[in-house]
Structures are given as C-alpha cells and as structure tokens.
Design a protein. Structure first.
Length: 202
C-alpha cells in the first residue's frame, strides 16, 4: 500500500479552519470540499488515461484524459462532504454509499450499503473524513473486494499513523491531508476536529 500525504499552505489553511471550534457547518463543509478537490486531483494520477483528438481554434491536439469510470463510495455521514470535490475532478464516476458506525468499544459496525450496478473491474475510491483506527475502512474493504474491483483507493482529510498501519493490503493507495494527529483514550482522533459528522451537519 502506498501512502500519500498532501502538503501545501493552501491545504493547511483549510485544515486549520476545519479544526477551529468556532467554524460553522457551512465553513466546515467548504473546507472539506476544497481539501477533497486536492485529494481527487492526486487520486487521478492512479487512473487510466487515453488520448483524444481535440480541435482547437488554430489546429488539432492529442490530449490525455481519464478513460475509466470510477466508483465513489463515501462512508456516511461525514464522507458525503467529500463527494462533490471528487465529482468535480472525476467526472466519469458513479456513486454508492456505505452506512457504518463505531460502537461503544470503538468497533466498526456495518449498517447497510448501496452500490452502483456493474462495479466489477472498476476503481473504487473510499471517502471518509477521519481515519482513526482503520476499522471502518477495513470493514468497507471486506464488502468491496467481494465485487472484484480493479483497485481500491482511499481518501481521508485526517489520518493517524495507527490507522495507516492497520489498513488492509486490499487498499492500493491511501491519500490524506494530515497524519500528525494521535488517538485519545477513546480511540478518537486527537486533537482532530471533534465529531466530524456533527461539525459538518449539526
């Protein structure tokens, strides 16, 4: 598995605004959407491309474009906030949803899921704002790999090193905007952003 940490002053700015306890739900959503735009751009480097013949006002040019259809899978609730950023970059995409939660002992539990038709052989991109222990993402991978995808990518806003270390080898690439946070005694990302679902949706 390859781990990619995106770093830039612009990403750091939006991370800081997302972390700020005084940021309202609108601000938090705009921050996550913007960070996801950067993550999606990086994810596109791992997708197949083809050359298309484009006619310009002055001539013709062979231009590389993404050729494969991608399946975006946000983990509800918080992962939905990342969806629009990825859809803007990966325009040949379809979307499924996975409902999952952590119980009182921080174990990942599946509620339900809805996948698009015919996902076999396609690239799956899992979207979740926080990677704490890695349990939820690993649970999602158990579901996905039964459909024989081409590859599984994962994108998160914040990750812990523990979460990265625990991820299944079914994931080929993990993309994140931060890995400096730790886990507290309740296995939540610390100092993190608080409950990201509550910060994003109230």
């Amino acid at each position: 598995m390859q781990s990619i940490v995106l770093k830039s002053p612009s990403i750091d700015y939006f991370l800081a605004k997302f972390r700020d306890k005084n940021s309202d739900t609108y601000t938090c959503n705009m921050c996550v959407e913007t960070i996801s735009f950067f993550l999606a751009n990086e994810a596109s480097k791992y997708l197949s491309t083809e050359n298309i013949d484009v006619k310009t006002p002055l001539g013709r040019k062979l231009c590389p474009v993404i050729s494969e259809e991608v399946i975006l899978l946000p983990v509800l609730r918080a992962g939905v906030s990342m969806l629009s950023g990825f859809q803007r970059i990966l325009q040949k995409s379809k979307t499924g949803f996975i409902w999952a939660h952590r119980d009182s002992e921080a174990h990942a539990k599946l509620d339900k899921y809805k996948l698009p038709k015919a996902i076999e052989g396609k690239t799956i991109v899992l979207l979740d704002t926080m990677l704490a222990t890695g349990g939820t993402i690993n649970l999602c991978c158990e579901i996905i790999k039964a459909y024989n995808p081409k590859q599984i990518l994962c994108a998160t806003v914040l990750s812990t090193q523990t979460g990265l270390d625990n991820l299944t080898d079914d994931i080929s690439v993990i993309l994140t905007a931060g890995i400096s946070d730790k886990l507290d005694s309740n296995l939540y990302v610390y100092p993190g952003v608080g409950d990201s679902g509550d910060r994003l949706y109230g």
